[in-house]
Design a protein around this ligand. Sequence first.
Ligand code: GAP
Length: 445
Amino acid sequence: MTLNIDDMASFCKRKGFIYPSAEIYGGLAGFFDYGPYGVELKKNIINEWWKFMVNSRSDVVGMDGSIISPESVWQASGHLENFSDLMLVSEDGSFEVRADVFLEEKLGKSFDGVSADEVNNLIKDNNLTGPNGKKFKTCESFNLMFPLSIGAKKVKGYLRGETTQMIYLDYKLIQQNARMKVPFGIAQIGKAFRNEISPRNFLFRCREFEQMEMQFFIDPKDRETWFKYWQEQRTNFYLNLGVKREHLRYRAHEKGELAHYAKRAEDIEYKFPFGWKEIEGIHDRGDWDLSTHSKHSKQKLDYFDEEKKESFVPHIIETSAGLDRTLLLLLYEAYEDDKERGNIVLRLHPKLAPIKVAVLPLVKKGGLKEKAQELFDSLKLDFVAFYDESGSIGRRYARMDEIGTPYCVTIDFDTLEDGTVTIRNRDTTEQKRVKIEDLRKELVF
Ligand code: GAP
């Protein structure tokens, strides 16, 4: 795992995974587009998460909420007041940077949860300046929400800063429609937007990104049990996808570092080349969200326990993962520069591989092209398949290794004689001869 983040970004661009957005116009920091293999990989991660968190359980259901909502939602949730980062701006206004990011770069340790006073003292004590010795103004707080003006009447709204707020607004309807009983969960995957001061490290900190979030509604007396339970489950999710245990750890938030809604938070961190960094948060949000929305909307958001014949406001344990960060860590786990083979091998779990099987005629002539296309047509509705006839067979295998394709199927002259093909395994490079009618049994994911 020696690839630095800039080299990873350039690998992703070269191989059709991820591109800087609007690059032909100079681009915009913190925005990315997913190319043909990136979008397949992302879809596969989404499928695995949804299966793990929703479809394999009877106590979690899904939803898909709106991305834009009125100001009142974010006023009530506390985001307009509290969802901010500390920013350092040079006296002439030409340079701005997120304070904790700047301090970490200059002083070589983490400053998560640092206060404005501490930043000002650290800047003074260490005589820190911006580029060309530019002095900083006093550290100030910067709200991360993206405001919008909606319709001809210019109603004030916001792009959502976290997907989860829509879950709280609909929780009562969902609980009733799906006849859920506490404890139960509601899950959602979708875009979130944050006006980050210092987007950096490629997909790690963007201004537009995706979250995979689940809110678990509980009786407050069970909070410890469910917090531990979801920590374990979420660790298993990464391990099941082939992430090495030693590349994962938990880090509890200090008191001053907790988000305004959290009573307790523990991050799952991954060992990136730029340090241990958060990929997911497990949060005890208490009754903050339902109580504040109930107060501001003047709607009852409590839950009636049929057995005990009593009402209460459920508390919430949240699991909140970043899809783009998950994709980045999975690329790091999979990436190997195989010197013996002479090419990169992306050892993605076969379930995640963007292309499942490549169909390759050894040469184009002698009827091999037609036979290969016939096989490709028979596979493509069941598997994400790829047809490639250009270049030497070795070069074509290497191209498939580089985007993580677990199987290459080659059609040669024997295929025309006896109806057999060779299957090449990405991880071992071993080749096996099988009859076309037995091929599907060999494609295991
Ligand atoms: N609903 C709770 C919540 O949003 P968070 O810790 O602010 O909690 C959860 O975000 C996850 O979203 C993070 O662990 C990270 O994976 C992802 N995330 C947050 N900000 C991000 C950004 N600017 N770029 C990419 N991913 C981000």
